[in-house]
Ligand binder design. Structure first.
Ligand code: HEC
Ligand code: HEC
Length: 205
């Protein structure tokens, strides 16, 4: 082979390898999400499992804080099983990730588009729940539960069974709510709790 041609080929090959190398954190987050999260949380974090929260668009700070709580066990998580894998939970999953991986996943999921869960809603309950929401939840979970200024997950369009399990945990103390939210939650009757969740589930746009 001509000397110049060989040099050219080597240089081209090196260039291609550089292009293929996963060097940006965004690319890394997408790959990690596909490998480690998608089988439960769905594509881009839009879960179709009612017990698994939708995490597409999750605020970065809330994600980082939540992963820290899963790692330390401060927020105990339920086990979940998918076909072909042994059952596991978010405490185990979070512990097995490095800080860099968690940051890459935070950036990745914050950039995805939240797609509201398709689920049955009782319109009469949702209407009653709107009143509960305005009185007791709106102050922190603004815009009908769409926004939370970065320190809570999105409630509007989230899976009702997931949210219901979280309210039970807040009330039993298994998941620690902030003092101010605990005060509001304790004022709700079981019917009002159900109603406010139907209100959040009815927010599908
Ligand atoms: C085996 C299924 C499974 C896998 C795999 C999984 N998760 Fe989860 N995830 C769950 C379940 C179930 C919950 C609800 C846990 C609970 O509170 O009991 C959850 C909750 C979460 C939450 C809390 C959301 C909120 O609104 O508070 C975050 C964040 C999260 N997962 C991120 C991830 C990331 C990132 C990965 C991949 C590294 C991942 N999960 C992999 C099942 C899974
Ligand atoms: C004083 C502010 C405040 C009020 C009032 C409040 N919340 Fe919250 N809520 C929060 C914060 C902060 C979090 C995140 C807690 C955490 O990081 O563990 C949260 C989390 C939640 C979650 C869990 C979300 C998830 O993705 O896992 C649910 C469900 C919830 N709130 C429901 C309610 C309901 C229903 C009301 C009204 C009855 C309410 N909250 C009132 C601040 C508030």
């Amino acid at each position: 082979m001509h000397h110049k041609t060989r040099y050219f080929l080597t240089a081209t090959l090196a260039g291609l390898l550089l292009l293929a190398a996963p060097c940006s954190p965004a690319a890394d987050g997408a790959r990690l999400a596909k490998e480690k999260c998608e089988r439960c949380h769905g594509p881009q974090g839009n879960s179709s499992e009612p017990e698994v929260p939708i995490i597409a668009g999750i605020p970065r700070d809330y994600f980082l804080d939540t992963m820290k709580k899963f790692r330390s066990g401060e927020r105990p998580a339920e086990r979940f099983e998918t076909k072909g894998h042994r059952p596991t939970d978010m405490n185990e999953i979070a512990k097995a990730l490095t800080r860099e991986q968690i940051r890459a996943l935070a950036d990745y999921y914050a950039a995805q588009t939240f797609r509201p869960a398709r689920q049955a809603v009782d319109p009469a309950l949702a209407k009653k729940g709107a009143r509960v929401y305005r009185k007791r939840c709106r102050r922190c979970h603004e815009d009908n539960g769409r926004s939370s200024e970065g320190d809570a997950g999105r409630l509007a369009g989230q899976w009702l069974p997931y949210l219901s399990a979280q309210l039970d945990k807040f009330l039993s103390g298994r998941r620690k709510p902030t003092r101010k939210m605990a005060r509001q939650l304790k004022k709700l009757s079981a019917d009002e709790r159900k109603a406010v969740l139907h209100f959040f589930a009815s927010q599908v746009d």
